[in-house]
Design a protein around this ligand. Structure first.
Ligand code: F6P
Ligand code: MN
Length: 326
C-alpha cells in the first residue's frame, strides 16, 4: 500500500509542476477568467479551476487509483476500479485569490479503497494513509503527511524536482496568532465570539497575552504559515444562509489539513469533535474547521463545551438562546 501511495504522490507532483507554471504565467496563460460554470458547492468556477482539475485527473489516471472525488465534480469518478487507493482533491484551493497574486494550492487526501468506492469516501478521516498540499506561491512547495510525519519539499524550477527542504515539521503547542474572517463576527456563535474576544483582550484579558491576526483567504497558505510559526485558524459554522456547517469541505479540505496538523503535532477539530473522527454524509459536505497549535484548538473546544450550539440539529436555528458569551 505504501508503494502505491508513493506512486500517487509522484503523479500528483508531476501535475503540480505543470500547474505551478500555469499559475506563475498568470494572465499570460490566457486562462484568467471565469468559465461560466458553478462547482457542486456553488462556487463560481474559473477557467484555471477546470484546467487544474483536468491536470490532476489525468495524472491520477496513470497511478493506482480506483476513484477520484474532486471539488469540481458532483460525484467521484471511477478510474481503475481494481486499484487499491482513492483520492479526494481540491485541485486549486483559493483560486479567487489568484487575481491578487496571492498563494493558492492543491490539497489532496489519499485513502485505501474500502469494500466499495462510495463507502471509501464515507469513512472517517483516520482512514487516510497520506495527505498533502502543493502551494503555488513565491516558491512552489509540497507539504506531505506520510508515515506519521510531515515533510516539506521545494520545487527547484531548474530541474523540475521537488527537493526535501524541511523534515518532520512540528507545530508549536502555544501561539499568539489567530486567523479568522472577522467580517463575519455578527454571525458567529457565542463560543467563537468568546474565544476571539479573549484574544483581542490581549495582555489584559484571561489569555494574558497580546495576539496578532492574519487572514489570507487561502487555506493552503494559512496551513503552511501555522506549520512554520504556529497559530490557530478558525472557519466556524455561522448564522449566514448556507454556513451552518461552515465553509470548508470535509473530504478534500478539512480531512487532509487535519492529518497534516496532527502528524505535525498540532490539532484540528470542528469545535467539539476531532476532524479525523468525522465521516462525510455527502461528497461535498462542509464542516467547521479549527486547526493549528494544540493548546489554542483545545481552548476553543473547551469554550464550545460551555455554551450552547449555534444550531441544535440540522434544521433548528437557536439564535435567540443565550450562551455564556452572548
Ligand atoms: O476553498 C475555500 C477557501 O477559498 C479557503 O481557501 C479559504 O480559507 C476560504 O475559502 C476563505 O473564505 P472567505 O472568503 O469566506 O473568507
Ligand atoms: Mn478550497
Amino acid at each position: 500500500m505504501r508503494a502505491a501511495t508513493v506512486v500517487v504522490i509522484e503523479a500528483l507532483a508531476l501535475a503540480a509542476v505543470e500547474l505551478s507554471r500555469t499559475v506563475a504565467a498568470g494572465s499570460l496563460a490566457g486562462i484568467g477568467g471565469e468559465s461560466g460554470g458553478i462547482n457542486p458547492d456553488g462556487d463560481r468556477q474559473r477557467t484555471i479551476d477546470i484546467v487544474a482539475d483536468r491536470l490532476m485527473r489525468e495524472a491520477l489516471r496513470t497511478a493506482p487509483v480506483a476513484a477520484v472525488l474532486s471539488e469540481e465534480a458532483e460525484l467521484p469518478e471511477t478510474l481503475d476500479a481494481d486499484a487499491p487507493l482513492c483520492v479526494a482533491i481540491d485541485p486549486l484551493d483559493g483560486s479567487a485569490n489568484l487575481e491578487n497574486n496571492i498563494s493558492v494550492g492543491t490539497i489532496f487526501s489519499i485513502r485505501p479503497k474500502a469494500h466499495d468506492i462510495i463507502s471509501t469516501f464515507f469513512e472517517p478521516g483516520t482512514a487516510q494513509c497520506a495527505a498533502g498540499c502543493f502551494i503555488y506561491g513565491p516558491q512552489t512547495i509540497l507539504v506531505l503527511a506520510l508515515d506519521q510525519c510531515v515533510d516539506c519539499f521545494t520545487l527547484d524550477p531548474r530541474t523540475n524536482e521537488f527537493v526535501l527542504s524541511a523534515c518532520d515539521l512540528r507545530v508549536s503547542q502555544d501561539t499568539s496568532e489567530f486567523a479568522i474572517n472577522a467580517s463575519n463576527r455578527r454571525h458567529w456563535s457565542g463560543a467563537v465570539r468568546g474565544f476571539i474576544d479573549q484574544c483581542l483582550a490581549g495582555v489584559d484579558g484571561e489569555r494574558g497575552q497580546d495576539f496578532n491576526m492574519r487572514w489570507i483567504g487561502s487555506l493552503v497558505a494559512e496551513a503552511y504559515r501555522i506549520l512554520i510559526r504556529g497559530g490557530v485558524f478558525l472557519y466556524p459554522a455561522d448564522a449566514r444562509q448556507g454556513y451552518r456547517e461552515g465553509r470548508l469541505r470535509l473530504l478534500y479540505e478539512a480531512h487532509p489539513i487535519a492529518l497534516i496538523m496532527e502528524w505535525a503535532g498540532g490539532a484540528a477539530s470542528d469545535g467539539r469533535t476531532r476532524i479525523l473522527e468525522l465521516s462525510a454524509r455527502t461528497p461535498h459536505q462542509r464542516v467547521p474547521l479549527i486547526m493549528g497549535s494544540t493548546r489554542a484548538v483545545r481552548d476553543v473546544d473547551a469554550i464550545h463545551q460551555k455554551v450552547e450550539p449555534l444550531f441544535e440539529s440540522s434544521d433548528a436555528p437557536l439564535f435567540a438562546r443565550r450562551g455564556l458569551f452572548r
